[in-house]
Design a binder for this molecule. Sequence first.
Ligand SMILES: C[S@@+](CC[C@H](N)C(=O)[O-])C[C@H]1O[C@@H](n2cnc3c(N)ncnc32)[C@H](O)[C@@H]1O
Length: 495
Amino acid sequence: MTDLYLSALNIPNQIGVHSVVLLHSDSSPTMSFIASSLPAFNKRHAQSLCRRRSRISLSLSPSSIPRVVKNPRAKKSAVFVEWLKENGMYLSEVATWGRPMHPLAIADETIDDGEVSGRGLIAMKPILQGEAVFEIPYELILTKEVALRSLPLPENVDDYIAIACLLVSERAKGEKSFWKPYFDVLPLDEELIPLFRWSEEDLALLAGSPCIAASKSLGLKLEAEFQSANEMYFENNRETFPEDVFNQEAWEWAFAILFSRAIMLTAEQRIGLVPYADLLNHNPFCSTYIDVHTKPLLDRKVVALYTDRPYNKMDQVFVTYGPKSNSDLLLLYGFVSDRNPYDSVELVVSLSESDPLYERKLAYLAQSGISSTSTFPLYRDRYPMELVEFLRFCVADEAEFTSADFGDFINESNETQVARALVDACQAALDAYPQTREEDDKLMATRSMFQLLSLKQRWAVRQRRAEKRILERTIVNIEKEMSDPTFMFTEVNAT
Ligand SMILES: C[S@@+](CC[C@H](N)C(=O)[O-])C[C@H]1O[C@@H](n2cnc3c(N)ncnc32)[C@H](O)[C@@H]1O
C-alpha cells in the first residue's frame, strides 16, 4: 500500500509535488499523455497574467518586528520573520555592503481571482528576471533526515511518512519546538480544506464530478497508510509516539500540510518543507523555480528562488505548483483556478457489453494488458489521441476489428461513430450533474450573492462549472469538426 501510494509522489521542482496518478489504477497512460502535451502559451500573455495584481493586505515589512503589531496574523508573521533572521536568513529592508535589500514582504491576506488565497509574498521593489530573491538556510528545512535525527524511524522510511511524523511530533511540542514560529504561520486547521478532508455533505456539492471518487480514494489511502505506520512504528513505542498525538486526525493534518506545501528539491532528489518558500502562491503561468544551492567558498547549502520574469513593486510573486488540473488543485491544495490552462476533466469510456464482438474485444484488451474501461483527460481545446484510438477499437465492426490499425484513420463510418461516441460520453457526463452549467453561471453571476456561500461551496461551484464547460466545449468542437466534409480525427484536433 505504502509503495503504491508513494511511488507516484515523485513529480516536479515545485511546491506540491503530487501526481494523482496514484488515485486511479488505470490512469498511468493518461498521465504520460499529460506530461507530453503541455500547451505552448503566448509569452507576453503569460507574463501579464503572472503579473496580475492580486488584492493584498500588507501587514508588515520584513524587518518590522519591534513595532507594536496588533493584528494577530501580522504578529505571527513578524515573529516568524524574526525567527528566520535569527537563524541566518538575510531579510534586511536596507541594502548593505555588497548586498541589496531583501525584495519581498509577507502579505497576510491575498486575494486571487476574487477568492482568498491566504498569505503570500509581495515584491517591495522591482525585481529583475533571473534575480535570486531569497536564500533560505538549509538548517531550517524539514526533511526526512531531520526526522531520522529526532525520531526512531528506519533509514528506509519513505520521505513523506518521515516528514509527517516529524510534523506531528514537533506540533505537539508547542513552545519547545524549534519550528514553533513556522507552525504559527501555517494555515489554521479549519483553513486547510483540500478535497480529501471534505465531509460527505460537502462532497455532495460536487455530485456528478469525478472529483468525488478521487477524494474518497485518497482518503482511504491515507487511512491505510496511517494504520500501517501505526502498526510498524507507533504501537511498539508509545513513549515516543503517544496515542493522543499520533492519531488519524493528526496524520490527515500532516498530509494536508505536506500535499499543499512540500517542495521537491530536485538537486537532492528529496522533498522538504521549506519555511518562507512555502508562502508562495500558485500561478500556472509561472516557471519560477526553487532549489538547493551550495554557496561558493562558504560550503553552505541554501534553498534559493530565481524568478522567471521581472516583477514590479507590489506585485505578488508566484511559483507554479505544476501543470495541474483544477481537480488536482482542489484535491491536494483546496482551491480552483478559473483561468487554469492545464484544466482537464476525466472522461471514462468503456467497451459496450451490447457489442456483438464484446467477448472477443475484451479478450484482445486483456491480452494487451489494457482495461475495458479507461479514463482519459479532456482539455478545453483538445483531447488525447489515445482516446480516439481506444474509441476506434470500441466501435469497430468485424472487418475493422480483425484488420485495422487503430492508431490510424480506418474509414469514414468508423470515424463518425467515434465522434458520436465521444459526444454521447460527454453528454452522459453532463447529465450526471444535478445542476446545469447555466445554473452554476447564475450562482456566480451576482458576486455579492456568491460570496454568501461558504468557501467550500464556492470552490465546488467553480469546480463543477469548469468541468461542465470543458465537456460542453468538447461537444461543440466535435460537432463543428463533423460538419466539415474532410472530418477525421488527427493529431491536430486531438493531440
Ligand atoms: C504553499 S501554500 C501558499 C501559501 C499560503 N497561501 C499560506 O497562507 O500559507 C499553498 C496554499 O495556498 C493557497 N493558494 C495558493 N495559490 C492559490 C491561488 N492561486 N488561489 C487560491 N489559493 C491559493 C491554497 O490554500 C494552497 O493550499
